[in-house]
Design a protein around this ligand. Structure first.
Ligand code: AMP
Ligand code: MN
Ligand code: MN
Length: 344
């Protein structure tokens, strides 16, 4: 067993880690600065767990409180109205000398971009995460690979801080939970997940309205873009030990032609992974010249997190990603070469 596997207990963080996190937060002086950071290209879990926790922390009257993420300061349109967005600052305006840094939904330091240096400056760092591939960075690690979303860990830490849920906190944590469970459809949709959803909905939030805003609303141009990208999908039934692979790609030129922002492509993997003839779905999204953000999904035949890790990325068994180089065809050939190695 690797050192990481020994440390990441299947039952989640140890009691001593929870206690250390609570103590570190309570120790922040009234004039102290707390900086919350989530991963680059933030998704619903990254932003939702971070902002939900931030709104809870505000009740603690910590001195200064900021939330941020690395890279271009663009909040994807579906999240622009999320409670707590007013706490977000661009990376270059984030405290240079925070007393406490709290990190959300980040499996590896590489996902912190230019903000990684803040971790060594801070007196203490707390990492809230749920990736089995978490590299174990940071001071206090609240990493629960059994948790369906980072917001599950965030809710537990708020409870230990005696912060009651209100509708604003609940909306953020609900967006996070719904995002990472695929709206309560994926395998990790356990009784614990539905119990948490019940606690959140009991605060008065409107799940129908939230889901429509977050998952079911996009510009007309995005629909046209999806149509084009889906039309060029290719199926390789022999890949993944005969379980099949379907793949497609989207370029920055595609986005430009349809007047769309990069975040709209985050939802594109969902129609791709519905293909019955393929266990594995691959979406190759251009981020720069010869640089691609690659999304991998499996229905269960392949542990795609191991493929992603082999390619320098990370993620979960059935949903993972990495940054690829070259042409889309070259990226997919590299993935195809790895797939047979990690059949479950
Ligand atoms: P995505 O395909 O972007 O929705 O990501 C699926 C999962 O893979 C998420 O849990 C991400 O945290 C993880 N992931 C995606 N890209 C990377 C990357 N470049 N490095 C590490 N993990 C990644
Ligand atoms: Mn995430
Ligand atoms: Mn997550």
């Amino acid at each position: 067993m690797t050192e990481l596997a020994t440390r990441l207990s299947p039952s989640g963080p140890r009691e001593s880690d929870w206690a250390a996190a609570v103590a570190a937060i309570r120790a922040v002086a009234p004039a102290g600065k707390v900086l919350l950071i989530c991963h680059v290209n933030p998704d619903g879990d990254a932003l939702g767990s971070m902002l939900g926790f931030a709104l809870g922390l505000r009740q603690h009257e910590v001195g200064g409180l900021q939330a941020t993420f690395p890279g271009e300061f663009e909040v994807p349109e579906p999240f622009a109205g999320m409670p707590g967005v007013e706490l977000l600052v661009p990376e270059d305006q984030a405290y240079a000398d925070p007393d406490l840094v709290i990190v959300f939904d980040v499996a590896a330091e590489s996902r912190l971009g230019g903000l990684v240096g803040r971790l060594s400056v801070a007196r203490e760092t707390i990492v809230l995460d749920h990736h089995a591939s978490n590299t174990g960075f940071g001071g206090i690690q609240l990493v629960d690979p059994q948790a369906a979303a980072t917001s599950v860990v965030a809710e537990q830490l708020l409870a230990r801080l005696d912060v009651p849920l209100d509708a604003r906190i609940a909306e953020c944590l609900y967006v996070a939970l719904a995002t990472d469970t695929g709206s309560f459809r994926f395998d990790m949709t356990t009784p614990r997940v539905h119990e948490m959803a019940a606690r959140l909905i009991a605060t008065g939030i409107r799940p129908g309205e939230i889901s429509r805003r977050i998952f079911d609303t996009r510009p007309f141009g995005a629909m046209k873009l999806f149509a084009e990208v889906l039309a060029r999908a290719a199926l390789d039934p022999t890949a993944a030990g005969g379980h099949g692979m379907v793949w497609t790609y989207a370029t920055l030129e595609d986005l430009r032609r349809h007047g769309q922002r990069p975040y709209v492509m985050d939802a594109l993997i969902d129609p791709v992974r519905t293909v019955a003839e393929a266990d594995v779905a691959v979406l190759v999204k251009q981020i720069a010249e010869a640089e691609w953000a690659v999304s991998l999904r499996s229905k269960g035949a392949v542990d795609v997190s191991r493929v992603a890790i082999a390619m320098g990325g990370g993620g979960h068994r059935l949903a993972a990603g990495f940054t690829g180089h070259g042409t889309p065809g070259e990226v997919v050939v590299a993935v195809r070469d790895q797939l047979d190695r990690f059949l479950i």
